[in-house]
Ligand binder design. Structure first.
Ligand code: ADP
Ligand code: F6P
Length: 325
């Protein structure tokens, strides 16, 4: 493995997240600042295998820090799990003179990055996912924007829910993780939050809670349901049948992945993207950048992938204690 890099590639992989453009911009500008060449690779690992890449200059990333999505586009590429394919990808990078690669994505994308590192390419991961489900870091790019988008939508659902005295189930994204749901639960003051990490499938408890709230004069009942539990529409039907209260389900879906990134997402994306380049310039490889205890940090990718992330029990307790009156 080379101890220093000359040409840095950058790609986005997995689900897009607001702030990915700010991270791309940071990688490009920091690389140029450090005197390196930089190549943008389109469509994640799929584009890398198709050699869809171009040299980027500072101007290519002008006017993107405020934009959602990813200008490099993203993809899921199942064949990247195959050893021969990783080997081919590393050879393609070598052919184009790319000796360092910044991968902006989630855990799956980091697994791809570590395979490339095994094949001699210097790789650094930057956590980009709305799901906040990466254990080594307290922050992932896109989470803040997604939660802000979701809470605004839920506020609107609450207005109509109150007018019609309905119960509303709102399903938010997060794959197997309940972070978006939990944050929305607290931020929206939802009556119930269903988290994959904690769900006990006790629907009678939910039903009792709704009836109890109605008796106390509550005009709505908002249940935030995490995607990892899902089945919001059928749950709504069962709740309506059991409570006699009109119940509607709304699945927020992909709107949570779009939109202009918040200040927080822009700032973390910028600092993490720059740190990824710094690490490559210091001769580091197979690392993932993170944010912990107020600092930008980095970990060995294998070590990071082995870490376990636990939802904060105090957040869960608070979502219950503040919202169930
Ligand atoms: P995320 O990066 O957001 O977790 P995915 O899990 O869909 O998203 O992974 C994104 C891409 O990373 C996959 O489409 C694949 O190309 C690559 N990838 C995922 N898992 C592996 C693996 N075990 N080995 C190599 N590449 C992987
Ligand atoms: O990882 C981000 C995410 O939006 C998850 O919350 C969701 O489960 C998944 O991606 C959806 O992926 P796709 O775009 O393939 O439907």
């Amino acid at each position: 493995m080379s101890s220093t890099v000359n040409k840095i590639g950058v790609l986005t992989s997995g689900g897009d997240a607001p702030g990915m453009n700010a991270a791309i911009r940071a990688v490009v500008r920091q690389s140029i600042y450090k005197g390196k060449k930089v190549m943008g690779i389109r469509r994640g690992y799929a584009g890398l295998l198709e050699e869809e890449m171009y040299e980027m200059d500072s101007h290519d990333v002008s006017d993107i820090i405020q934009k959602g999505g990813t200008i490099l586009q993203t993809a899921r590429c199942l064949e990247f799990k195959e050893h021969e394919v990783n080997e081919r990808a590393a050879k393609i990078c070598a052919k184009h003179g790319i000796d360092g690669l910044v991968v902006i994505g989630g855990d799956g994308s980091f697994r791809g990055a570590t395979e490339l590192a095994k094949n001699g390419l210097n790789t650094i991961g930057v956590p980009g996912t709305i799901d906040l489900d990466i254990a080594c870091t307290e922050y992932t790019i896109g989470f803040d924007t997604a939660v802000n988008t979701a809470i605004q939508a839920i506020d609107k659902i609450r207005d109509t829910s109150t007018s019609h005295e309905r119960c509303s189930i709102v399903e938010v994204m997060g794959r197997g993780a309940g972070y978006i749901a939990l944050w929305c639960g607290i931020a929206n003051g939802a009556e119930d939050v269903l988290l994959p990490e904690r769900y006990d499938y006790d629907e009678q408890k939910l039903v009792d809670h709704i009836i109890e709230g109605r008796k106390k004069g509550k005009q709505h009942h908002i249940i935030i349901n995490a995607e990892g539990i899902g089945h919001s529409t059928s749950l709504a039907k069962r709740i309506e049948a059991a409570t006699g209260i009109e119940t509607r389900a709304t699945i927020l879906g992909y709107m949570q992945r779009g939109g202009s990134p918040t200040a927080k997402d822009r700032v973390y994306a910028s600092t993490m993207g720059a740190r990824a380049v710094d690490l490559l310039c210091e001769g580091k490889t197979n690392r993932v950048v993170g944010y912990r205890h107020g600092q930008i940090v980095d970990f060995d990718i294998i070590e990071a992938l082995g870490m376990e992330k636990r939802i904060d029990p105090y957040f869960v307790e608070t979502s219950l204690s503040l919202n169930s009156r």
